[in-house]
Design a protein around this ligand. Structure first.
Ligand SMILES: [Mg+2]
Length: 279
């Protein structure tokens, strides 16, 4: 006889990419692969939630063999693979077969605000740097620079010195600045990585347990909205100063920390994920 013990608990994993699932410097993710394989077997969606662009993220999804929704440019849009269930109630854009739900304003508006403010402050957009300089800053090979520059919603930039007046200037214009692992990111108000968590969780409905993993200040909104929030240390600045409680601090950096923490989460939640047992 099969007895139902508890309602099925659906686990959803929301993860930052750079410095979290993949190494900050080498962009390698080997150490996360065994746990990713287990999550795939358990049909646990791993939802990449990153400041990267659509082409960058889609390529990584393919490399990792993931077929989950993914969010780009700090929560500006979340994309669902064709035929994915649950299906979002709206499709603001369709891109290469993916249905995109958009929260951010278009890049030309963000760019215009950036250029206006750049007249008064020493801010430099990554989009205005040549490929060589971007390679030196990111460690990315030349073929990975065009996908990085292919922005639809946000402007990555650098600034030396006090960023606060710049943040205030953008805020007056309806934009916000987030600090990522390498760059500042200019985005429209009303978009963030946490909104992605809310949207996807609501779409799944029912008994859902969300896990969030990130290493940056720009992951704070995501970590605040997940049931289990995990902060991965970064090799450049250690633990990002996020105010999230409760918060679990991973011991190791990058994919090693990611794999250790997800192994821990699976150990704790696996009994809850099984819905029946022989009696
Ligand atoms: Mg990161």
């Amino acid at each position: 006889m099969v007895q139902e013990l508890a309602p099925k608990l659906r686990l959803l994993v929301f993860t930052d990419v750079d410095g979290t699932l993949i190494d900050h410097f080498t962009y390698r993710y080997d150490e996360a692969l065994p746990v990713l394989a287990i999550l795939k077997t358990l049909k646990v969606p791993v939802i990449l939630n990153t400041s990267k662009t659509f082409p960058e993220t889609r390529e990584l999804m393919e490399e990792l063999g993931l077929n989950s929704p993914f969010a780009v440019e700090n929560g500006a849009a979340v994309f669902f693979p064709e035929g994915f269930s649950p299906r979002p109630e709206r499709c603001d854009i369709v891109l290469e077969g993916y249905c995109g739900v958009v929260f951010g304003r278009p890049h030309d508006e963000v760019r215009k605000a950036f250029l206006d403010v750049a007249r008064s402050y020493p801010i430099r957009s990554v989009l205005d740097m040549d490929d060589e300089e971007i390679s030196a800053l990111t460690g990315l090979p030349p073929e990975r620079i065009p996908p990085l520059k292919s922005r639809m919603f946000s402007e990555p930039f650098l600034m030396e010195g006090d960023i606060q007046p710049v943040i205030e200037e953008f805020s007056r214009r309806g934009f916000r600045v987030l600090k990522g692992g390498r760059f500042y990111h200019l985005l429209s108000e009303g978009q963030d990585k946490g909104k992605v968590v809310e949207f996807v969780r609501r779409l799944y409905g029912g008994a859902v347990l969300t896990v969030g993993l990130g290493d940056g200040k720009n992951d704070e909104d995501m970590l605040r909205r997940t049931d289990l929030a995990i902060l991965i240390p970064n090799p450049k600045y250690g633990y990002a100063p996020v105010s999230v409680s409760p918060l679990r601090r991973a011991r190791c950096m990058g994919p090693k920390g990611w794999a250790e923490e997800m192994t821990h989460v699976l150990r704790k939640t696996l009994p809850l994920l099984s819905v029946s047992r022989e009696t």
